[in-house]
Structures are given as structure tokens and as C-alpha cells.
Design a protein around this ligand. Structure first.
Ligand code: SF4
Length: 295
């Protein structure tokens, strides 16, 4: 008797496009990130019902609405703990958190090191535009220091009329490398094909994968031209050398695009399973057994 096989058809990027049209400003870099996410999901042929996108607050926080998977537009800076809970509750899901530089590294900054060191099997895409876009152009944790950087945008100059002369920007790539993330990469929304390739590898990675997606905000701080001119692919690169990756992230005078670092240690979920097994192998938690244990 012939055995029937059910083949899953290869999905197209448009299968992941929701009916909600993006509400971003024309030319926003977030369109490039969204396109790369649609195409990466299609290349991996992910079943939309097994994918959850989680966001915080900001222009980037709207992204889950534009993808036809499950999605959760959460509260400010809390995408990572929500994504962690979803993944631990149902390890079969592909969980992707998205957010901006302000959402992730100002109010949400306390969550990043712990997601990274725990090596939870989620992907975190930070759409870095070096400015608070939704709230009309205040300097963010990654705004470059200096007067000239802000002079390119008259709108931004109104929010920071003397430039960003007070605060030094965070180097978020170096930070996540030091935090112990097991996959660290940088892409650019102006190069969506390369960003798509990076996202495919980030989602396939078994552990915490961090992608800094440079995503200009032409409305408040237009960095398209300097980033286009200032981005270069990584040289021939040993992705297992964390110290070299940190050194490059701290000293680069151009934006290197590609995978800076990857290791393959067990994820939090895998280790958590071991804890559950050990606990289940122990004596039942009756009052007598607990008293025995502590007597
Ligand atoms: Fe994009 Fe900036 Fe407009 Fe927000 S304000 S949608 S980041 S261009």
C-alpha cells in the first residue's frame, strides 16, 4: 500500500505579511528590517502559528502588527522577559523580540545582560536609529556625542539644540559581547539581503542571538548616507574569538557588518530540562520527606 506523505509547501515572504499596513514614516529604516524578517521567516519556512514576535514601545514596537505570526506589543523595555517566558513555556516556538535602542538599552537595559548570560533560545533584534523617534527626536542611549552629529537634522536640533554634548553613547555591540551573548551580529536596513542572511543564522542559532540592525530615522536623525558610506563587511573573521570581537567592537572606525561572534553552549531551556528531570527524580515533596531533608 502506498504511504501518503504530506509535504509542507515552501512559504513565500508575502505569506508573512499581515493585512495591517506599516504606519512608519516614508523612508524609515524599519521597512528594511521588516522586509528582512519576512524573507528570513520564508527562507526558514517557519509555520506562522509557531512563531511569536514580541516588542516593547517605540516606532519599532509596532513591527509585530505587520507580520502574520503571533505577536505581542508589550510594555516599554520588557520585550526580553516576556519573550523568555514564552520560550520557556513552549520551547517549540520560534520567539523573536524586537525593539529600538531606547527601549532596549535605556528603560530595558537591565534585562539584556540576563537574557544574554542565561542564553535563552530567542533572537533579539535591536533596530538602532540612534534617536528616540516616536517621541520626536530626543537623544537616545546610542546617539553619538558631539555637536556636529545632530546638526544634520533641524528637527533634532530643536530637541537637543546644542547637540548631544552631555552623554557618551553606549556601544551596545560590545556590551552584549561582554554580557556573554552566544551570537552577536550587526546588519543594516540599507542592505536588506545581508540583514536577511544574518537573521536566518540568528534564528537558527540555539541560544540567545543578538542582532544590531542599523535602521535610520530619516525624520529626526537621518544617518542613511554616513552609514552607507561607513559600513564595511567584516574581514575574514574567526567567530569563536570573543576577545577579538570585543576589541573590534570597541575600536572600529567604520560599521562592520556580519557575524561578530558565535558559540554553541547549551541554552537555558536545555539546562532547565535537566533541572526538571533531577527534581522529578527526587522523593515526592511530602511534608515528611521535606522534614527528612532538612533534619
Ligand atoms: Fe521611522 Fe523615525 Fe518615523 Fe519613527 S519617527 S517611523 S523611526 S522615520
Amino acid at each position: 500500500m502506498a504511504t501518503a506523505t504530506i509535504e509542507t509547501a515552501q512559504r513565500k515572504w508575502s505569506d508573512y505579511r499581515s493585512e495591517t499596513k506599516p504606519t512608519w514614516c516614508p523612508g524609515c529604516g524599519d521597512f528594511g528590517v521588516l522586509a528582512a524578517i519576512h524573507r528570513a521567516f520564508a527562507r526558514l519556512n517557519l509555520d506562522p502559528k509557531n512563531v511569536v514576535l514580541v516588542s516593547g514601545i517605540g516606532c519599532s514596537g509596532r513591527l509585530p502588527e505587520f507580520v502574520s505570526t503571533y505577536g505581542l506589543h508589550g510594555v516599554h523595555g520588557r520585550a526580553l522577559p516576556i519573550a523568555t517566558g514564552i520560550k520557556l513555556a513552549n520551547p517549540e516556538l520560534t520567539v523573536v523580540a524586537v525593539g529600538g535602542d531606547g527601549d532596549g538599552f535605556a528603560i530595558g537595559g537591565g534585562h539584556v545582560p540576563h537574557a544574554a548570560r542565561r542564553n535563552v533560545d530567542i533572537t533579539y533584534i535591536v533596530m538602532d536609529n540612534e534617536v528616540y523617534g516616536l517621541t520626536k527626536g530626543q537623544p537616545s542611549p546610542t546617539t553619538p556625542r558631539g555637536e556636529s552629529a545632530l546638526k544634520s537634522s533641524s528637527s533634532m536640533a530643536k530637541m537637543a539644540p546644542y547637540g548631544e554634548i552631555l552623554e557618551t553613547p553606549l556601544n551596545i555591540l560590545a556590551m552584549v559581547l561582554v554580557y556573554g551573548a552566544s551570537f552577536v551580529a550587526r546588519g543594516f536596513s540599507g542592505q536588506p539581503k545581508q540583514l536577511e542572511d544574518i537573521l536566518v543564522k540568528a534564528i537558527q542559532h540555539k541560544g540567545f542571538s543578538f542582532v544590531q540592525a542599523m535602521s535610520p530615522c530619516p525624520t529626526w536623525f537621518n544617518t542613511y548616507d554616513p552609514w552607507k558610506d561607513g559600513s564595511v563587511p567584516l574581514p575574514d573573521w574567526d567567530t569563536s574569538n570573543r576577545a577579538a570581537a570585543i576589541d573590534l567592537a570597541l575600536t572600529e572606525d567604520k560599521f562592520h557588518l556580519g557575524i561578530f561572534y558565535q558559540d554553541h553552549r547549551p541554552s537555558y531551556g536545555e539546562l532547565y530540562g535537566t533541572v526538571v528531570e533531577k527534581a522529578q527524580g527526587e522523593k515526592q515533596a511530602t511534608i515528611e520527606n521535606l522534614l527528612d531533608r532538612f533534619s
